[in-house]
Write a protein that binds this ligand. Structure first.
Ligand SMILES: *Cc1c(COP(=O)(O)O)cnc(C)c1O
Length: 376
């Protein structure tokens, strides 16, 4: 008996050549590739989480609270401490990572016949949300120093008339934070379009002193949405909890498109336990910022083939540096020495996350060794 050929899958044609997104997950000693916080939760944080999860486990026969008001109130409380901006719980939304929050935004405000705009180089997931929601994707270019020029941004918005604009600040993979004036120029332009302006502040807690948060603009701009995450500064990438602050009307629109009960009782309990311990979880942020500034200064002193390194200004917990004629060789050389970084960004550049002092040392030693070899 011969097996008939399996019928072709009726896959959407635009997905035919697509591969699942993701940085390589490799088992090496020094992981500096996905901007995680290198410090694991302390035993007292783990104990509180275990206790709250045990309580939640006793209720798992029931669906979780669909609108999770307690968690939203805790997040609002955290933001008021972190940035001084006081928000109501109804102005907060959350989902399984800010990636899901962003998908909710595209589901509610993008869609067929609509356009989303961002400024490259930027986060590589944005075009995927656009694709998955049948939203047309348009990118403007960032300047040589990876800033966004307000005048050309406004011109692009007026020409393309998007319904969603995605601004990462600090930007990934460059680390660039946008000045408040640039964000305000975009917000002033969209009132006439109109478009939702998403400022993705996944790395906000790492910003340098004097760099403001777009949260400060929320009371004046009803089309603004600021996204945050517990994945980076909060040392909880494994939790999958991202959130957003916006007007109540904007949040209510997201409630329409979310899946029912999208945030599990276990996630809600864990996130609330982690927020209770925010002082301990965020304690390392100051150290990581200092570690970053030290790493930037060190990279600025290095040379390759007689040329000084280029190092992008960064308000995040990673540094983009280069440029290398063969960046893949440098990336692979580091990997062979047990250090995994990320081959991303414009041609010739590499991105390294800020780790512990020991991890930074391992990275520096490996990089010097690789460059030495390359130059022989
Ligand atoms: C890491 C990151 C996020 C956070 O994603 P989560 O889904 O919350 O883990 C969001 N935006 C950017 C630009 C990032 O680099």
């Amino acid at each position: 008996m011969t097996t008939p050929d399996a019928p072709a899958l009726p896959l959407r044609p635009e997905l035919a050549d697509e591969v699942p997104y993701g940085a390589p997950q490799l088992d090496v000693p020094v992981l500096l590739n996905v901007n995680e916080n290198p410090y694991a939760p302390s035993p007292d944080v783990v104990a509180t989480i275990a206790e709250r999860v045990a309580t939640a486990a006793g209720t798992l026969n029931r669906y979780p609270d669909r609108d999770f008001p307690a968690l939203r109130a805790d997040l609002a409380d955290y933001l008021s401490v972190e940035s001084g901006v006081r928000l109501a719980a109804e102005q907060i939304w959350a989902a399984n990572g800010s990636n899901e929050v962003m998908l909710h935004l595209l589901q509610a405000f993008g869609g067929p016949g609509r356009t989303a705009v961002s400024f490259a180089p930027t986060y590589s997931m944005y075009p995927e949300y656009a694709r998955d929601t049948h939203t047309r994707w348009v990118t403007g270019r960032r300047a040589q120093d990876f800033t966004v020029d307000p005048e050309s941004a406004v011109a692009l918005i007026e020409a393309e008339r998007p319904s969603v604009i995605l601004l990462a600040s600090p930007n990934n993979p460059t680390g660039t934070a946008l000045p408040q004036a640039t964000i305000r120029a975009v917000l002033d332009a969209v009132a006439r379009v109109p478009a939702v302006v998403v400022v993705d502040e996944a790395y906000a807690e790492f910003r340098r002193a004097g760099t403001p948060s777009a949260l400060e603009l929320l009371d004046r701009y009803p089309l603004l949405a600021v996204t945050r995450t517990m994945s980076k500064a909060f040392a909880a990438a494994g939790l999958r909890l991202g959130y957003l602050a916006a007007s109540t009307a904007l949040v209510d629109a997201l409630r329409v498109v979310r899946l029912p009960y999208h945030l599990s009782a276990v996630t809600q309990a864990t996130a609330r336990a982690a927020l209770e311990h925010r002082d301990s979880l965020l304690a390392q942020v100051a150290d990581l910022r200092a570690e970053r500034d030290g790493l930037v200064a060190w990279l600025q002193r290095q040379h390759v083939s007689g040329r000084p390194f280029q190092v992008a200004e960064t308000d995040a917990n990673f540094v983009l540096f280069g440029t290398f004629p063969d960046r893949h060789a440098v990336w692979r050389g580091l990997l062979e020495r047990g250090v995994l970084i990320r081959e991303t960004g414009p041609d010739g550049w590499l991105r390294v996350s800020v780790g512990t002092p020991e991890e930074t040392r391992a990275f520096k030693d490996a990089l010097l060794d690789v460059i030495d070899q390359e130059e022989q």
